[in-house]
Design a protein. Structure first.
Lengths: 110, 112
């Protein structure tokens, strides 16, 4: 079974803090994605990566950056967290026309 | 701009009812449409549809795609309380990177 893991299930941070969300997949997938999910808005793509050290902006990249130094790991970085970044963050990897999601990180920024 | 619209936004039914969830889309260079079920955790894959008119079926769930009218439906027959979830529709355009565009989801609640 494909496994996508995320470093934290719940996270509480203060405004202005730097936040790292880690995602690891164990199936050698090239494509990895970061989404945020908010009620009534569905999943919105923040960034994706189609190879090591390659990244592309999604629909809402502002306030975020990413890092893909190794194929299995895709990190989402909030340089200076703000309250409007309180959300559920979902990582996914992609293979054979199917996206496999991680369990999600519920981030609260106070 | 690529767009996926799901309806209804939410739905409450009784056990045993049949429900139909709708997904319409506007995507350049359509490749595939996917349905996911999301309970209190990450979405889980249900179906992928690429061809019009071919029904995909899994137990009480079925789905079909109409590429001419740009929509898909997800049917659930003889609903059970365990079907309560958010159902997400996503469309994959023909772009490098296999991006998916998601709809807002339909919240289904099945009452016993």
């Amino acid at each position: 079974d494909v496994k996508v893991t995320q470093s934290s299930r719940y996270l509480v941070k203060r405004t202005g803090e730097k936040v790292f969300l880690e995602c690891v997949q164990d199936m050698d997938h090239e494509n990895m994605f970061w989404y945020r999910q908010d009620p009534g808005l569905g999943l919105r793509l923040i960034y994706f990566s189609y190879d090591v050290k390659m990244k592309e902006k999604g629909d809402i990249p502002e306030g975020y950056s990413v890092s893909r130094e190794k194929k299995e790991r895709f990190s989402l970085i909030l340089e200076s967290a703000s309250t409007n970044q309180t959300s559920m963050y979902l990582c996914a990897s992609f293979s054979d026309n199917e996206q496999f999601f991680g369990p999600g990180t519920r981030l609260t920024v106070l | 701009e690529d767009k996926v619209v799901q309806s209804p936004l939410s739905l409450v039914v009784h056990e045993g009812d049949t429900v139909t969830l709708n997904c319409s889309y506007e995507v350049t260079n359509f490749r595939s449409l996917l349905w996911y079920k999301q309970e209190k955790k990450a979405p889980t894959f249900l179906f992928m549809l690429t061809s019009s008119g071919i029904e995909k079926k899994s137990g009480r769930l079925s789905s079909i795609l109409d590429k001419k009218e740009l929509f898909s439906i997800l049917n659930i027959t003889a609903t059970q309380t365990g079907d309560s979830a958010i159902y997400l529709c996503a469309v994959g355009p023909m772009e490098y990177g296999n991006k998916l565009v998601f709809g807002a989801g339909t919240i289904l609640r099945v009452k016993s």
